[in-house]
Design a protein around this ligand. Structure first.
Ligand code: NAP
Length: 502
């Protein structure tokens, strides 16, 4: 088996994966993939590809489609299952790469990979269950039913914050339903995506069924979005890019699913168990450096418990050990890059300017080895009001905004008062209030006495309002996106159909 690595220089050089081969980019250019934890640590050099490479990948995927889509679903599933076994064997190596290139801790990296493996497990079984439905016809002796068939070549465009799980939750359903894939990962995290391609090759996926092209979103991404052979696009990332991509794809009538930003609230009512609520908020807000689409960024707290909640959040934030996630004992890694660090720092000034009170954190950390990375002190703001930018806009960093409210109705209003609608959580001991929150919360995923984060392979994942466009990801729904329905009328009368036998 050939491998992704192309040279043995100090920083290994990797290539695109096209038509089952590791291919140098047409530009001849490679970009160093530097760790945000230590910019001297180069994970590898990855192709800065161009439109030509994306076009070649689509051509390879198109050529592979007839054979792959013609293979029975269970047989496709067995190849995905083989990949599950290899991912498990290689988990330490993949986790190390993920940790180095994205910055989350090694434990968080392994957690993410296990979640992605569960998605491959789930979808390998779906190969047995790609069902349509049978329905009675209005006509005599006519068998009417539906079939789910693959779209053809599909493009997967993924963000950096879950470099394993998001490619997994798009690739596995796309493949099991018989599509062939071209994936473009985020430029910050090409390493994990390259290892996924290696494992799929090792698992025996036929040539051209999965193709990987790394490089800038503009050149590679736009080529895929505009390509006439690409029949569906699954995107996760920012609203800015996702909305523009959707408009572009709509011009040629192509199906898109776009999962975008979040601004997720936790509501803490006076009757909440604070022993549950506070650790849940700290985990949701500061886990993965706050760089999760489902991260907790707003805490809507009832006045009776606000002083205790705030005090404990500040104490918890101050206790976190920030550093290189490869080291043991580290709770929180760096921002993913300089630009995200700048965004985090900018929002501290924006919050202060709006009149919110910064109780802790909010500075760049640069002591000793930290000077080599993009480290940021976890921050807690109080005195936040629903109209403020701090309350409305996605920061995507470890910053909590606390909003104090008088009662449940006010809490619900504050929680819903944003454009985004990904996830929300409530901490209360009152089941009636919890159910009212579940019913009236304007989000795609609600948690009760549980942090805002998380998803499971068998459960639909995605958001309402400006967070999500298109179908849900994961679960059966995630596979449906990659199929198109065909309705079949099978007439077995053997007679000419007239209005009499209708
Ligand atoms: P991003 O900047 O929008 O990038 C996402 C992907 O789009 C990257 O692969 C990027 O490539 C590519 N891209 C850039 N320009 C493009 C173009 N013109 N055409 C096609 N593709 C293009 O997002 P990000 O910073 O990587 O990710 C963070 C965002 O993702 C946050 O807003 C977060 O909330 C969201 N997110 C949402 C979910 C969810 O399920 N709702 C899950 C995770 C993350 P380059 O890297 O080369 O620019």
């Amino acid at each position: 088996m050939s491998t992704a690595a192309a040279s043995k220089s100090e920083a290994k050089r990797y290539n695109n994966f096209i038509g089952g081969e590791w291919v140098a980019p047409s530009t001849g250019n490679y970009a160093p993939n530097r760790s945000p934890a230590n910019i001297d640590d180069i994970v590898g050099e990855y192709p800065s590809s161009a439109a030509k490479d994306a076009n070649e990948a689509v051509a390879a995927a198109k050529a592979a489609f007839p054979e792959w889509s013609g293979m029975p679903g269970p047989a496709r599933g067995r190849i995905l299952w083989k990949a599950v076994e290899i991912f498990r064997q290689r988990i330490d190596e993949i986790a190390r790469c993920l940790c180095r290139e994205e910055g989350k801790t090694l434990a968080e990296s392994k957690g993410e990979i296990n979640k992605g493996i569960a998605l491959f497990e789930f979808y390998s079984g779906e190969g047995f269950r790609l069902h349509g439905k049978t329905l009675p016809s209005e006509m005599k002796q006519t068998f009417t039913y539906t079939l789910r068939q693959p779209m053809g070549v599909v493009a997967l465009i993924t963000p950096w914050n879950f470099p394993f799980a998001i490619p997994a939750w798009k690739t596995a359903p796309a493949l099991i339903t018989g599509n062939t894939v071209v994936m473009k990962p985020a430029s910050n995290t090409p390493g994990t995506a390259t290892l996924i391609a290696e494992v799929l090759q090792q698992a025996g996926l036929p040539k051209g069924v999965f193709n990987l092209v790394t490089g800038p979103g503009g050149a590679v991404g736009n080529t895929l979005v505009d390509h006439p052979e690409v029949r569906a696009i699954s995107f996760t990332g920012s609203n800015e890019i996702g909305v523009a991509l959707n408009v572009r794809a709509a011009k040629r009538g192509v199906k898109v699913t776009a999962e975008m930003g979040g601004k997720n609230p936790v509501v803490v009512l006076d009757d909440a168990d604070l022993e549950l609520a506070v650790p849940g908020i700290l985990n949701g807000a500061f886990g993965s450096t706050g760089q999760r689409c489902t991260a907790t960024s707003r805490v809507v707290v009832q006045k009776g418990v606000a002083p205790q909640v705030i005090e404990r959040l500040v104490a918890g934030a101050k206790k976190l050990k920030v550093g290189n996630g490869l080291e043991t004992g580290i709770d929180m890694g760096p921002a993913v890059d300089e630009s995200q660090l700048k965004t985090d720092l900018d929002y501290i000034e924006i919050g202060k300017g709006e009149g919110a009170k910064l109780l802790c954190g909010g500075k760049r950390l640069q002591e000793g080895a930290l000077a080599k990375g993009y480290y940021f002190e976890p921050a807690v703001f109080t005195g936040v009001k629903p109209g403020m930018r701090l309350h409305q806009e996605e920061i995507f960093g470890p910053v909590i905004s606390v909003v104090e409210v008088g009662d449940f109705e006010e809490a619900l209003h504050a929680a819903n008062h944003v454009d985004f609608g990904l996830s929300a959580s409530i901490y209360t001991r009152d089941a009636n209030t919890a159910m009212k929150f579940v019913e009236r919360s304007e989000v795609g995923m609600v948690h009760v006495n549980n942090p805002t984060v998380g998803g499971e392979a068998q459960l639909p994942f995605g958001g309402w309002k400006s967070t999500g466009v298109g179908e849900r990801e994961m679960a059966e729904e995630g596979a449906e996106f990659f199929t198109q329905l065909k309705t079949v009328f099978f007439d077995y009368t053997g007679a000419v159909r007239t209005t009499k036998n209708y």
